[in-house]
Design a protein around this ligand. Structure first.
Ligand SMILES: *Cc1c(COP(=O)(O)O)cnc(C)c1O
Length: 435
């Protein structure tokens, strides 16, 4: 199959090129030139499958032989070894818990698959020697990417994070690893970290000296496995004999990769009535849906830090999939909440239903409740475990939040952090010293 750039459909590459480059040279995002529709019989039989079996089947359809079957099988089974439970709260609301992976955020799903696919391509290209993964983060991406590549021979990971803006547990999740993971604390903002990485990709001398790869959410390899849990949720509802004829998904959105994955699942034949996109005060997509104008803005910090994006970089995929603004509005209802509304939702849901939502999941939960009509079945995507933001959550609910062993293990190690001023020259020298 070929993958075209959303900025120029004539420019096409192989899956290997799409995944190793991340972004097309014209700045476009890669999309498959065809998306097969899954047979009806497959949809009917899904409820009998395990998550791994379903993921392997869907990825095989979506990739149409681009990855050898035995390789794809290993990649999928190794990536998705954890559960994705669909829970029903005391109030009868469905929550898909995407946070049971190694770093307890939904990004594990996409980054583990991407890391293993990139590693397959690396083993096919001995001339690359080392693959260098550059990742700017405000928390979740850095930890998921670093853990996905940790201990992989021939891969170095550079995580750039803004000083003072990443919480203790998230920082420990990448800075305590050591080995092939380098944590770089930048004296600047998240947007500065992003800009340093972008400059690195455009620097001819650096790209000559070393093989650089982006692990950002624009990478098509992250989209493929993220389609799977939409099918998985559907299958769990069928198993529970719920009505799936009017299915609505609410998605906490930042760079819109998760939402784009859901739309792709729908394009492959998953019967979804509508998606609900939910942002925090960085409400670029919400404003686009309201006005038809897409206007990026500087990032504002919030209590849902993984939603702090001022320029949602998968927007091009959504336009490519749905076309006009009118059609986008038909498929997606958009919401946006400020910090006080997020806190209210966490408190209300905890008090009334005994279910503790993290701030990211809370926006989806609230929008689901506001948007759902009688006769519809809603699923809110929960994207992070509440203990990831332990201190903040404890301030909100005024009760201790237990840290699962999966997270506390990160706090036992020493942190290895390289401090750097916000300047491209220093970053470039650091990278070249490792080449
Ligand atoms: C990254 C992230 C999101 C946003 O996902 P996008 O694909 O960027 O829209 C939501 N919640 C959490 C916890 C995340 O880490």
């Amino acid at each position: 199959m070929l993958y075209y750039s959303t900025s120029n459909h004539q420019y096409t590459v192989s899956l290997m090129q799409a995944v190793t480059k991340g972004l097309a040279p014209d700045g476009g995002l890669f999309m498959p030139d065809s998306l097969p529709r899954l047979p009806q019989a497959f949809l009917r039989n899904m409820s009998a499958m395990t998550l791994q079996e379903m993921a392997y089947a869907i990825a095989s359809f979506a990739l149409k032989g681009d990855v050898p079957a035995d390789v794809l099988h290993d990649i999928i089974f190794d990536s998705l070894f954890f559960d994705i439970p669909l829970v029903t709260t005391a109030g009868g609301n469905h929550v898909l818990e995407l946070f049971h992976g190694p770093t307890m955020a939904f990004k594990d799903v996409g980054t583990r698959f991407m890391a293993r696919l990139l590693n397959f391509y690396r083993t096919q290209h001995p001339e690359w020697t080392t693959l260098n993964v550059l990742v700017p983060t405000s928390g979740d991406t850095g930890s998921a990417v670093a853990n996905s590549f940790w201990h992989m021979p021939g891969v170095n990971v550079y995580v750039l994070y803004p000083r003072g803006a990443v919480n203790k547990i998230q920082k420990a999740q990448f800075a305590s690893l050591g080995g092939n993971v380098m944590a770089i604390e930048v004296n600047g903002s998240f947007d500065d970290c992003k800009s340093l990485v972008e400059q690195a990709f455009m620097d001819a001398e650096l790209n000559e000296a070393m093989r650089l790869t982006s692990a950002m959410s624009i990478n098509y390899a992250r989209i493929i496995p993220q389609m799977v849990y939409y099918f998985w949720a559907y299958a769990q509802l069928v198993k529970n004999q719920e009505d799936v004829s009017n299915l609505v998904f609410a998605v906490p959105c930042s760079n819109l990769g998760n939402l784009a994955s859901g739309l792709m699942a729908q394009a492959m034949g998953l019967p979804v009535k509508r998606f609900v996109s939910v942002e925090n005060q960085n409400n670029i997509f919400f404003n686009y849906v309201r006005t038809g104008v897409f206007t990026p803005k500087p990032t504002q910090y919030s209590i849902a830090p993984a939603l702090d994006a001022g320029c949602p970089n998968n927007f091009g995929r959504i336009v490519d999939l749905l076309g006009s603004h009118e059609n986008i509005c038909r498929h997606i209802h958009a919401y946006s909440y400020n910090d006080n509304q997020i806190i209210d939702t966490i408190l209300h849901t905890y008090d009334e239903e005994g279910y503790l939502l993290d701030p990211h999941s809370a926006v989806a939960y609230r929008a689901m409740a506001e948007d759902l009509q009688p006769g519809e079945t809603g699923v809110a995507l929960a994207t992070a475990h509440p203990a990831k933001l332990k201190d903040m959550m404890e301030r909100i609910i005024e009760e201790p939040v237990v840290l699962p062993a999966q997270l506390s293990r990160f706090l036992n190690g020493d942190l290895h952090v390289k401090k750097m001023n916000n300047g491209f020259t220093a970053f470039k020298q650091l990278l070249l010293s490792k080449a």
